[in-house]
Ligand binder design. Structure first.
Ligand code: DGL
Length: 270
């Protein structure tokens, strides 16, 4: 029954938290590649190789379905993995599609041709690797026409959050929002395209102002996954036990994760 959740580090715990609340009976196995985080400053080949290793580990753990909670991995590696690497009896899904389906007011899994949508000006906040991949714009173009996307690479925010320096994280968020507003003064919607940003969602909303609709991923991914599993119940793998795996130091990662989610979490070596 297990479903895998892959992330470059701890940020994916925001997604894990939401899917666990939405699907309390599903055992989730979380894999954090803490030894190699952050991914946001790595090249696409590197991200693809690391993501493939992590996803294989989750397959070995009895997960037939793996969610790439990491936007950077979804952006830089998912398409390549789906095209040539994922075995026929397994599935790997990313986090952009649920977000774009919500933004374009589609039913989950609606693959009909692109059409005009109400929102015309969208701000995307993400890691440098996600922004340079243009994966968000590509997925959006499959579903909507006439939407202008302005993307802001948010250097430093992930590191500040991982270091627990929320004062620096807030200052960086405000300066990234200002930088984006110089190019797009009035976005109607803002996408928080990184697992860590829900932890500073209120700062984004405050800096953007009340008229901007902020789309944060965890709840959207959880709703979309619940719908997917209802349509494909056979996609849950044979694994039965939930767990937390890390390529980093399990004691150090467990202590940070416990701070992150404010509940006891115990990681084992991947
Ligand atoms: N988890 C990554 C993401 O969602 C951010 C952290 C990183 O750069 O590794 O984009």
């Amino acid at each position: 029954m297990a479903v895998g959740i892959f992330d470059s580090g701890l940020g994916g715990l925001t997604v894990l938290d939401a899917v666990t609340k939405r699907l309390p009976d599903v055992p989730f196995v979380y894999y954090g590649d803490n030894a190699h985080a952050p991914y946001g400053v790595r090249g696409a080949d590197d991200i693809c190789a690391l993501t493939t290793t992590g996803v294989q580990r989750l397959f070995d753990e009895g997960c037939d379905l793996v969610i790439l909670a990491c936007n950077t991995a979804s952006a830089a590696a998912l398409r390549r993995m789906q095209e040539g690497w994922v075995p026929r009896d397994k599935r790997v899904l990313g986090v952009f599609v649920p977000l774009i389906e919500a933004l374009t007011e589609r039913q989950w899994g609606d693959n009909s041709p692109p059409r005009e949508v109400a929102i015309k000006h969208v701000a995307l906040f993400a890691t440098p690797a996600t922004v340079s991949s243009r994966a968000f714009q590509r997925e959006l173009a499959f579903r909507a026409i006439g939407v202008d996307v302005e993307a802001q690479p948010c250097g430093g925010v992930v590191d500040a959050i991982e270091d627990g320096d929320m004062i620096l994280a807030e200052a960086l968020v405000r300066s990234h929002v200002e930088a984006l507003q110089r190019r797009m003064p009035k976005p109607e919607a803002a996408i928080l395209g990184c697992t860590h940003y829900p932890l500073v969602e209120e700062v984004f909303q405050d800096a953007l102002g009340p008229d901007v609709a902020v789309y944060s991923q965890p709840r959207l991914v959880a709703d979309s996954l619940a719908d997917y599993l209802a349509r494909h119940p056979d996609r849950q793998g044979p694994g039965t036990d939930p767990g937390f795996l890390t390529t980093g130091d399990p004691a150090r990662v467990s202590s940070k994760a416990t701070q992150f989610l404010r509940r006891g979490i115990s990681f084992s070596a991947a």
